[in-house]
Design a protein around this ligand. Structure first.
Ligand code: AHZ
Length: 316
């Protein structure tokens, strides 16, 4: 069909002509632009590996894209568009446990004042007085995820696990978390089946760990701090108490070891604080507080090639 004919057809039918020979027609005439298989491969490879190359040094690495990690990424990326933020998520699907509320039910409960974050995102909710309810947890998580991923300074590598921490002696001789050790999750899960499958690294002055409570991969950094001798023992998550748990997580979000900020439910394993069950305000608040901590570290540290080499007021 000649281009003129296609144009003519598009005027008479509910179709749109995008380009010569390309037609969006749902009456049997849908025509794609031609493509070579190698073009598809190269379109992905050049972007993915140039991103990996670039992010081998990042300004902030966020480990875990659950409600705490994503809330942190949103606040940090908005507040500091100059920072290269790299999110590492072990699962293929980011979002952690925030696709549902409690016991696989869809509504998500968020206690005030964390409803202000929903207003920032533009997520609608019903106001129940002291708390609000989003009709489906996936509405919160998909909106947050799409906003985070559309930020130019954010990169997410999913299906990638953090399987160790880089720990250096810093400029004062103190142990400092200086980056993460990564592998594709399918490799990380199969170390027992092969003799050697070495990992990759990302250097960064700030790591934010938000890997959730203990599980096959969860509470990863808290457990590694113990085995690395930077934490005496795990506090272990305590029983459910919504009123104690949520402020403990938000107010306790901090730099738990030099270079490592801990957020979300991973902190309950580190500190031995209560769980809150299906109320998500603390995950939002903790994510935002972790972003504040990352900004504080960036503002105070002298950073060269992703390494903290001194403090800005050091020696005064
Ligand atoms: O896949 C994990 C999930 O998406 C990811 N993750 C865990 N270990 C990782 C590793 N490398 C990379 N080694 C890793 N990624 O971290 C994410 C954690 O999300 P989550 O939803 O499990 O934790 P959260 O702290 O963001 O939210 C917790 C939500 C909970 S649990 C709870 C309770 O049990 O009482 N209550 C709430 C609100």
């Amino acid at each position: 069909m000649a281009p003129a004919q296609i144009l003519e057809e598009s005027r008479t039918q509910p179709v749109s002509v995008l380009k010569q020979g390309v037609l969006e027609n749902y009456e049997g005439g849908y025509r794609f632009a031609p493509i070579e298989e190698a073009q598809v491969s190269r379109a992905m490879i050049k972007r993915y590996f140039s991103t990996m190359y670039d992010r081998a040094i990042s300004d902030v690495v966020i480990v875990g894209a659950g409600s705490a990690g994503l809330s942190c990424a949103y606040h940090l990326a908005t507040a500091r568009p100059d920072l290269k933020i790299t999110i590492i998520e072990a699962n293929v699907a980011p979002g952690g446990g925030a696709w549902l509320g409690g016991q696989l039910m869809t509504p998500m409960v968020i206690r005030k004042p964390a409803d202000a974050f929903l207003d920032r995102l533009g997520v609608p909710y019903e106001d129940e007085g002291n708390f609000v309810v989003v009709k489906h947890a996936a509405l919160f998580t998909s909106t947050l995820l799409s906003k985070v991923l559309s930020m130019p300074n954010v990169v997410m590598m999913n299906a990638t696990a953090v399987e160790d921490l880089i720990i250096h002696s810093d400029f004062e001789g103190k142990q400092r978390v200086a980056g993460v050790v990564t592998n594709w999750t399918l490799v990380a899960l199969n170390h027992d089946t092969q003799s050697c499958m070495d990992p990759n690294t990302i250097t960064a002055p700030v790591i934010i760990s938000a890997t959730g409570h203990d599980g096959p991969m969860g509470a990863f950094s808290a457990k590694r701090l113990v085995s690395a001798g930077l934490l005496t023992s795990l506090g272990n998550m305590r029983g459910l108490d919504m009123n104690r748990a949520e402020p403990a997580i938000v107010n306790g979000t901090r730099e738990v070891a030099p270079g490592l900020v801990m957020a979300g439910m991973e902190l309950s394993e580190h500190d031995g604080s209560n769980r809150m069950g299906p109320t998500f305000g603390a995950m939002i608040g903790s994510g935002v507080k972790a972003a504040h901590e990352a900004i504080r570290i960036h503002n105070n540290a002298q950073i060269v090639n992703g390494k903290v080499v001194g403090m800005k007021n050091y020696g005064f």
